[in-house]
Design a protein around this ligand. Structure first.
Ligand SMILES: [Zn+2]
Length: 298
């Protein structure tokens, strides 16, 4: 894998986005990871001078439920393929009147209502606690938001994404309570991706495509898959265009802290980490245990 350590931009496509348009020199990469199989093959290609890696979150035939997704394998694969910036495209419901179906939201906060999903690469003899107060990369978020405005898309900068377990949509009681909590959009997938991207020191931001008003809205009635998919199809074109524009603008060294998020986060001393665990996580942690100056500096 040595030849693919160069930096890349990753895109995870959610409902409606099973392929990234505009990629040149497309090729499929099959990966096994220490955490098992990713959702599908990774599709590598080029947008101008930038290498991109695309993955269909639910598989290309949309056959994997939100709680069945192997988030660790997906993010690990991105890391392995040299991804530094990850754009997560996700269909969401709106929890606010002013966030309309067809709008784009770039959330800056997350609220966890998932259960029993593996959410960390660590464990089995190695403990790490990364900061998660700001769960997304604000630099990438700003870039996405600015580009979306330039393209004339109705967009919202910031907001709280509430991640539910699913696969069912919420009850009305839940939806009303979530609104009282002050959340802005609701989805089923972004929480684990953001946590794992932070542990993998990848800059991540979400493009949340609003498909519906969830079930709290009087005009909405029950959320049903058919109406959600219809708006989704209209949103997909926007997302595709936005990604191509943004990819062209990402360049240079990262000035955010995402690339050093494990610095000081690993609590277990090197000598106490079981050999097998160390080996498995070396892609993430090795640079913090090398003795040379440049590995500690950067
Ligand atoms: Zn960042």
């Amino acid at each position: 894998m040595e030849n693919r350590e160069e930096r890349a931009i990753g895109v995870i496509g959610g409902s409606g986005i099973y392929r990234l348009e505009g990629l040149e020199g497309r090729r499929e990469i099959h990966l096994e990871t220490p955490f098992g199989k990713p959702s599908d093959v990774f599709v590598e290609g080029w947008v101008g001078q930038r290498r991109c890696v695309f993955l269909a979150r639910h598989g290309r035939y949309h056959s994997i439920l939100p709680h069945e997704i192997n988030y660790r394998a997906n993010i690990w694969g991105m890391k392995k393929l040299g991804v530094e910036f990850l754009i997560s495209v996700s269909a969401v419901g709106s929890m606010r009147e002013e966030i309309c179906p067809g709008d784009l939201v770039f959330p800056d906060q997350l609220f966890d209502r998932t259960r029993q999903r593996p959410s960390s690469f660590f464990g089995e003899g190695v403990v790490a606690h990364v900061s998660f107060g700001d769960p997304f990369c604000m630099d990438l978020l700003e870039l996405l938001y600015r580009k979306a405005l330039e393209l004339g898309y109705r967009s919202h900068r910031g907001g709280t994404y509430l991640c539910i377990e699913g696969p069912q949509f919420s009850t009305k009681a839940e939806s009303r309570i979530y609104r009282q909590w002050g959340v802005d959009v609701i989805g089923m997938t972004n929480l684990q991706e953001a946590k794992l991207a932070r542990e993998a020191e990848i800059c991540m931001a979400t493009v949340a495509l609003v498909t519906d008003y969830d079930c709290w809205h009087q005009e909405e009635g029950e959320v049903n898959v058919e109406s959600v998919l219809e708006v989704m199809r209209a949103n997909v074109e926007k997302a595709q265009r936005l990604i191509l524009e943004v990819v062209g603008e990402i360049s240079g060294e990262r000035s955010c802290g995402c690339g050093r998020s494990l610095d000081g986060a690993i609590m277990t001393p090197r000598e106490a980490i079981p050999a097998q665990t160390y080996q498995r996580l070396s892609l993430l942690i090795e640079k913090y245990f090398q003795n040379s100056q440049e590995s500690l500096g950067e």
